[in-house]
Design a protein around this ligand. Structure first.
Ligand code: MSP
Length: 584
């Protein structure tokens, strides 16, 4: 709160100075306050813990761009929190137990564990390729996880929240979910035979009747409602928060939390009852605790838990999981960030339609940062998003290759910057020739870090990117307006004006480089390295525009080496990204 207030008053100063300039024809300082103050304002640095997770992925299918979207979203938040100085832990991994996996391994003619290992490694490889900087990769077949689940189960049991009963009702194996009669509808299978399907997922359901363990979910309804009402940001975006409140408007039935061992062998046996296997969703959800070392107390980290999940698994994360935690005497997650799904050219991604997008192919075509940028720029949490190759190409070309890459290229070109320096800002020269649009552009860039921060905090990554992209356009306009390449370097007055233009443009680029690090780490690194910004100056607190980045140095600071085109233009009907080439 304090930091936001500081930043706001800081940008207000710019506004005041801007109006002073406009009204009285005087020069505003680029910043109303000195660097030390700016630094203090942005400095929310602390080693505050932060814990972010993706869902753990079923190993019955190969990774696709929808999975990568969950992972890139969480990765972006993790990287952002690290830049803010938080002590962030980021977990992802694979969900390997349950009937669905048992059947998939059987169909593949493989022993379940080696089947799981194979697919789990595929997920790990895809995430590493996509620059997902997880700090822990959890597999539910690991011994540490089994210990956590067994302990969690015994706690629920010792507190009286489990009882033996008979479950009779619908079960969907693809969703590993129990359904009430009103969540089921009539349909037909591929051969026209009548079947029942889940209204929500469309997956086939079967009637089952089994003796197993039940969890007293029904008693947690009031506590769940209290939690959600007193934490309006617990589930984001708000439309999903409201859906959960609506579900809890009615009574909720107790939940079956085990399956008979005779039907499901591939799972963790119920402690003390080898005839039963722990329900795969209870098993899977506990992964979030396993990562923080449960049952060892690391409460600080647990109370900072944030889950990124797709809309299809909202009920498990916003009802079952908090209820399990409450029953075990642990706090519910701090926030559940929900996102919608990706379709491909307007259709649901499915193996039978043959339209599943392989993230490795996409990363090959568009570059890892091209793919990450597209997913996060185009992906909105509230509604489903459509993946279209032409759209990826257009967006990457216009925003990364032309706007951002073009700006960097123009301003660092040896023809207008032969000394390859971060030039000094000439206050008087700038004041003499700058126009009000220039100050408006600078004001927008000065306000950008706070805006981006707010959008990241609300998981509106696309809005943060929209705002950055708008500023990049303004900076390009500024450069275009003053055409520094036309200025006469041999005239000392012109030279100082040219250097001031470059200085302001570099400052903007430096800000964009810092703010873009969570989204496109490779490109951001390239921008910052080209500008000669060292690793120690890349954290969030340096995202304020500075008037004198060269303060304390003898001359203008040196630019870094030219590593070629920032983002090579992509071809329509995207073939490979062109190999970057040297510009000089
Ligand atoms: N194993 C469970 C999660 C357990 S978490 C304790 C699961 N796995 S999943 O592999 O089916 O899905 C993992 C994530 O990928 C979910 O958040 C899901 O919403 C997301 N996606 C699956 N298909 C997707 C799209 N087409 N688009 C975006 N995300 C998608 O559920």
């Amino acid at each position: 709160m304090r930091s936001v207030f500081c930043v706001l008053s800081y940008s207000r100063t710019i506004k005041l100075r801007l109006s002073a300039h406009v009204e009285h024809g005087r020069l505003p300082r680029l910043h109303g306050l000195d660097d030390r103050h700016a630094l203090r304002c942005f400095c929310t640095e602390s080693s505050e813990p932060y814990y972010i997770t993706t869902p753990i992925f079923y190993v019955n299918a190969s990774p696709h761009i929808g999975h990568v979207y969950s992972a890139v979203t969480a990765d972006c938040l993790h990287r952002y929190k690290l830049l803010k100085g938080c002590n962030s832990t980021f977990a992802t991994g694979t969900d390997e137990h349950g009937l669905k996996i048992q059947q998939a391994a059987g169909n593949a003619g493989k022993e379940p564990l080696s089947f799981c290992t194979e697919v789990s490694e595929r997920f790990r490889h895809v995430f590493q390729r996509c620059n997902i900087s997880f700090t822990d990769y959890i597999r539910t077949t690991e011994p540490r996880h089994r210990q956590a689940v067994e302990h969690f189960w015994t706690v629920l049991q010792s507190k009286g929240f489990l009882y033996k009963g008979t479950y009779e009702g619908w079960y969907s194996t693809p969703d590993e979910s129990f359904l009430t009669p009103d969540q089921v509808t009539d349909s037909t299978d591929s051969e026209g035979r009548p079947i029942k399907v889940s209204t929500e997922s469309g997956h086939k359901v079967e009637w089952m009747k089994e003796d197993n363990y039940m969890f007293r979910l029904s008693v947690f309804r009031p506590e769940l409602l209290r939690w959600l009402r007193s934490n309006p940001k617990a589930i984001q975006p708000v439309k999903f928060h409201n859906s959960v409140l609506q579900w809890l408007g009615d009574d909720i039935p107790d939940l079956s939390v085990s399956r008979q061992r005779s039907r499901l062998q591939w799972g963790i046996p119920v402690p003390g009852d080898p005839e039963q296997t722990v329900y795969v969703w209870l098993d899977a959800l506990v992964n979030y605790l396993t990562v923080v070392g449960y049952p060892q107390p690391r409460s600080q980290l647990w109370s900072a838990a944030h889950h990124v999940v797709g809309k299809d698994i909202l009920k498990f994360h916003a009802v079952y999981w908090p209820a399990f935690l409450m029953a075990a005497g642990l706090p519910p997650p701090r926030a559940v960030y929900v996102h919608s799904h990706w379709t491909v050219e307007g259709k649901k991604m499915s193996k039978s339609l043959g339209n599943v997008i392989d993230p490795l192919d996409a990363a090959e075509k568009f570059g890892v940062d091209g793919l990450r940028y597209f997913l996060l720029r185009q992906g909105v949490p509230d509604t489903d998003c459509d993946y279209y190759e032409d759209k990826v190409v257009k967006m990457c070309n216009s925003e990364l290759a032309d706007a951002l890459g073009g700006l960097l290229n123009r301003c660092t070109a040896p023809s207008i910057n032969p000394k390859q320096e971060y030039p000094r800002f000439g206050e008087a020269e700038f004041a003499g020739r700058a126009v009000s649009e220039d100050y408006r552009m600078m004001e927008a860039v000065a306000e950008l870090p706070v805006l981006v921060e707010q959008h990241f905090e609300n998981l509106h990554i696309y809005k943060a990117l929209e705002a950055i992209s708008a500023c990049v356009r303004l900076t390009n306009g500024f450069v275009q307006r003053h055409a520094p390449w036309k200025l006469d370097r041999s005239d000392p007055g012109e030279l100082k004006w040219l250097e001031s233009i470059l200085h302001v443009s570099f400052e903007c680029l430096r800000v964009y480089g810092i703010l873009l690090q969570p989204v496109v780490p490779g490109l951001a690194h390239q921008i910052l390295s080209r500008l000669g910004v060292g690793p120690e100056e890349r954290s969030w607190k340096f995202s304020a525009m500075r008037e004198r980045p060269d303060r304390g140095r003898a001359g203008g600071r040196a630019l870094g080496p030219d590593s070629g085109v920032l983002f090579g233009r992509l071809e329509r009907r995207a073939t490979k990204q062109k190999t970057p080439r040297k510009t000089s």
